[in-house]
Design a protein around this ligand. Structure first.
Ligand SMILES: [Zn+2]
Length: 137
């Protein structure tokens, strides 16, 4: 769809992709290691996908959670699929830390701290390497 943000070329770094899905680094100074798994095709609801594609999606989600755990060792991982503003299937994979700016509320709530975080070059390299290693076969 021409007016859909996720159908346009991503302005955020693509860490990995195949012909159906891509993993994006959501550069955000509030949250380290915030990734988004996006379906490349414009589909609105998960139940519109075939069981095989759903299965592939959940398998990738699981691998991403393991990688994020390895790289960032978060206190919790939040998964969110909303799509009210952008009705194109995507998942937010959000490592959470007890000292992040929103904990224990969702990252879309009012901040309760004012820390700044950066993903290091080394962390981004690790994410890319692990995604390629575990998802390309
Ligand atoms: Zn779209």
């Amino acid at each position: 769809m021409s007016d859909c943000e996720l159908c346009l070329t991503s302005t955020l770094p693509i860490l990995w992709q195949n012909n159906r899905f891509r993993v994006i680094l959501v550069n955000n100074q509030n949250i380290r290691g915030y990734l988004r798994l996006e379906l490349i095709e414009h589909v609105k609801e998960i139940h519109h996908l075939t069981p095989a594609i759903q299965s592939e999606m959940y398998k990738i989600m699981n691998i991403i959670e393991n990688i994020v755990t390895d790289v960032y060792n978060p206190d919790k991982i939040n998964l969110a699929s909303l799509g009210n503003k952008t009705p194109h299937i995507h998942w937010h994979i959000i490592p959470r830390f007890t000292n992040d700016n929103f904990f224990p509320q969702s990252i879309w709530s009012e901040p309760v701290r004012q820390n700044k975080f950066e993903n290091s070059i080394d962390e981004i390299d690790q994410l890319k390497q692990q995604l390629h290693l575990k998802l390309n076969h």
